[in-house]
Ligand binder design. Structure first.
Ligand code: HEC
Length: 193
């Protein structure tokens, strides 16, 4: 049976004799959570209502001090998405994880994300000085950076095409990996390990 929302289970409980402080405690907390949920915050955390009840998101809200921070944050999250799609494919192709059925969707996503790669670096926001992230060469050498963007897009199309054709993926995956590493070698400063 699907779980009911906090509100739905609350109205189901109320007409009954609840019996025992324990149940009353639960109901009281649900009412409190519901009331706070209406405001949208519990102790500075956001409350997200939905069919599974009023759920506190302990990680939010984020606070950004500047637009540059917002840009870096979104860019890095998007890069992590590139990485997660790539590594999911790699897990099957190279390391034998039993998820061949997921390869095509991940390859299609990489091809799509590749289309937005230049856009991701349109705002001229390099890493903070002394930190890690995007080198300013991205904006001072735009045509060299564009070559890497194009190279990645071509590798992503080849990989997606190979999944359609059902040919072995090791070589097109390695070719994509080269593109990731080459762009990073020129344009990214890694965090110290
Ligand atoms: C055209 C250049 C380019 C290509 C291609 C590229 N990256 Fe990146 N990547 C960058 C740059 C620049 C950064 C640093 C961004 C920043 O910190 O703002 C980065 C950052 C990252 C990060 C760190 C994100 C973080 O949380 O700090 C990961 C992980 C990553 N890339 C994975 C990949 C993978 C995997 C691929 C290939 C599937 C790839 N990238 C392809 C340029 C590229």
């Amino acid at each position: 049976m699907p779980k009911k929302s906090a509100q739905a289970s609350l109205s189901a409980f109320l007409p009954l004799d609840l019996g025992g402080l324990f149940m009353r405690g639960i109901v009281a907390s649900l009412i409190l959570l519901g009331a706070l949920g209406a405001i949208g915050q519990v102790h500075g955390h956001e409350v997200v209502d939905g069919p599974f009840g009023a759920i506190v998101d302990h990680q939010k809200p984020f606070s950004f001090r500047s637009d540059d921070e917002r840009v870096r944050y979104a860019r890095q999250q998007q890069m992590r998405a590139f990485s997660a799609h790539f590594r999911t494919i790699e897990a099957s192709v190279k390391y034998g994880a039993p998820f061949d059925g997921l390869i095509a969707a991940n390859a299609a996503s990489l091809e799509n994300l590749g289309q937005g790669l230049a856009e991701l670096f349109r705002p001229e926001v390099p890493m903070e000085s002394g930190r890690h992230g995007a080198k300013s060469d991205i904006w001072s050498e735009p045509s060299r950076f564009a070559l890497h963007v194009k190279g990645f897009q071509a590798a992503a199309s080849n990989l997606r095409q190979a999944t359609n054709d059902r040919v072995p993926l090791a070589a097109p995956l390695q070719a994509m990996r080269h593109q990731c590493l080459a762009c990073h070698q020129s344009f990214r400063v890694f965090a110290p390990r």
